[in-house]
Design a protein around this ligand. Structure first.
Ligand code: CO
Length: 216
């Protein structure tokens, strides 16, 4: 078989293992004992937004869930399983929703073009647009409107996290858990903190507040 990009990936892996062991002979032995990441990352699947690299963190530090447009969909068993495991078993201290400017998923939601299955996935972003259309429609530059929708979408996902029983139970139990919303800039590599962080003192709309007992 001829040498392809695919084979190169396996070669890269061998080299990476070699380098890791050279700098720390017990690196893999230590990491294989278990994980205690302080952070759950809910990010976009976009290949240009790798959680560890852009935050200067190492394997073992961030538990990661990624999907198109960093969505928190309350019926998504995949996201909910990750959230439950991260909050209740790994006991992460921070859940970060990280979107990014230039997000193709958000752009798809801004269009009227029919894109098949992706229409269903980005439907919730259209709802975010509708909820904020007064603000968004005032922005004449399409690029700036796109940027703002990326931010508003992250904010909505943070709020949707707060609506989950998993996050609310954690707050009732005084875990100290915080949830945050960030946006990454593809053009400059800088992360913008949207300052929408919430903790157990957060006030949700009454209709979303669940009556939960402190767990024993
Ligand atoms: Co994206």
């Amino acid at each position: 078989m001829k040498n392809t990009y695919y084979h190169q990936l396996l070669e890269n892996n061998k080299n990476w293992v070699k380098k890791k062991i050279e700098s720390n002979p017990t690196y893999f032995e230590e990491l294989s004992k278990g994980q205690k990441p302080p952070v759950l990352w809910i990010g976009c699947a976009d290949s240009r937004v790798p959680a560890n690299q852009i935050t200067g963190t190492l394997p073992g530090e961030i538990f990661v869930h990624r999907n198109i447009a960093n969505m928190v969909v309350h019926t998504d068993m995949n996201m909910l399983s990750v959230l439950d495991y991260a909050v209740n078993h790994l006991k992460v201290k921070h859940v970060i929703v990280c979107g990014h400017y230039g997000c193709g998923g958000v752009q798809a939601a801004m269009q009227n073009k029919s894109l098949g299955l992706i229409n269903k996935w980005v439907r919730n972003i259209k709802e975010v647009y509708k909820e904020n259309q007064t603000e968004l429609n005032k922005i004449t530059s399409e690029e700036k409107r796109f940027d703002r929708l990326v931010e508003l979408n992250v904010m909505a996902q943070v709020y949707d996290l707060a609506k989950t029983s998993i996050i609310q139970q954690s707050w009732v139990d005084n875990s100290g858990l915080e949830i945050h919303g960030w946006v990454y800039g593809l053009e400059n590599g800088i992360i913008k903190d949207l300052k929408v962080s919430m903790d157990s003192t957060a006030h949700l709309d009454a209709i979303f507040t669940l009556n939960l007992e402190k767990s024993t």
